[in-house]
Design a protein around this ligand. Structure first.
Ligand code: IPE
Ligand code: IPE
Ligand code: MG
Length: 263
């Protein structure tokens, strides 16, 4: 999980190598969250059915997961299916679920090889039993891995998550006066995980579409025009490099050179 790890995987002399060498490994985002968008438009541009865009998007997932793990990013969360996505045609939903099952089955080896721990966030109880079964296998077989935590957000909604957390908080019997932001965070699906430092959205849309509403309070947002099936290692490296130039103030002020005692 370092420059060597990532360079071992990049063709020498490629533009990706130059990007990787610029990364400051002491200042990596602890958590990167990605809204993978634009599969349908990618397919439409090629006069293909929408599902072909989803199929092509799997290659991007593969590339981004391995790049993130090799870089040494602690947590990667990919938004794969929202609670609102059930509004889509039945055949498209069925295809998305089928691709997901296949992805887990085919990628398990890569996840294990890269010491990645796989998790799912969302209302998974509402998914079909065969999908739940496949997810459970992926979670169980990778649960002892100690490297990157890889969350897939499935049947996920940010508001649904907050409602679920509120229900859990109430059910715990906690006194209302004892509830604060940190404690509330422990009832979220992402309990114990750092909040995203970097939120990426592809396909140029400037919205968060109900993703990690609580957790992205101070995330740095990076929107790429690239459609998800075209998103690759170099795009992720570009986003990380841009993130590393940001000035994060959290509502405070940037310490001026004068305040720091410079002349
Ligand atoms: C993202 O691509 C994949 C999912 C939401 C599952 P879309 O299917 O939303 O593609 P566009 O936005 O219609 O191009
Ligand atoms: C967001 O994409 C959801 C996922 C990436 C899973 P959508 O395509 O569903 O979002 P909207 O409809 O453009 O907001
Ligand atoms: Mg979309």
């Amino acid at each position: 999980m370092s420059l060597e790890k990532i360079l071992a995987w990049i063709p020498p002399g490629s533009p990706d190598e130059a990007l990787a060498r610029q990364v400051n490994f002491d200042q990596l985002p602890a958590h990167v969250a990605i809204i993978m968008d634009g599969n349908g438009r990618w397919a439409a541009q090629r006069h293909l059915p929408r599902v072909e865009g989803h199929r092509a998007g799997i290659d991007s997932v593969r590339d981004v997961v391995e790049t993130s793990a090799r870089l040494g990013i602690g947590v990667l969360t990919l938004y794969a299916f929202s609670v609102e996505n059930w509004k889509r045609p039945k055949a498209e939903v069925a295809m998305l679920m089928m691709l997901l099952k296949r992805y887990i089955r085919l990628e398990l080896g890569t996840l294990l090889k890269n010491n990645i721990r796989f998790r799912v966030i969302g209302r998974t109880d509402d998914l079909s039993p065969d999908v739940q079964h496949e997810l459970e296998i992926g979670i169980r077989k990778t649960e002892h891995n100690t490297g990157m935590l890889f969350n897939i957000a499935l049947n996920y909604g940010g508001r649904a998550e907050i409602v679920d957390a509120a229900r859990r908080a109430i059910a715990s019997g906690m006194a209302p006066a004892d509830l604060d932001e940190a404690k509330f965070g422990e009832f979220l699906y992402t309990s114990g995980q750092p909040d995203p430092d970097l939120l990426i959205r592809t396909s140029g849309e400037m919205r968060v579409s109900n993703f990690l509403l609580w957790q992205i309070a101070y995330a740095e947002i990076w929107v790429a025009d690239t459609l998800w099936p075209d998103f690759r290692r170099r795009d992720l490296l570009g986003a990380v490099l841009d993130y590393q130039k940001r000035d994060r103030r959290y509502g405070g002020i940037k310490p001026s050179p004068v305040a720091l005692g410079a002349k």
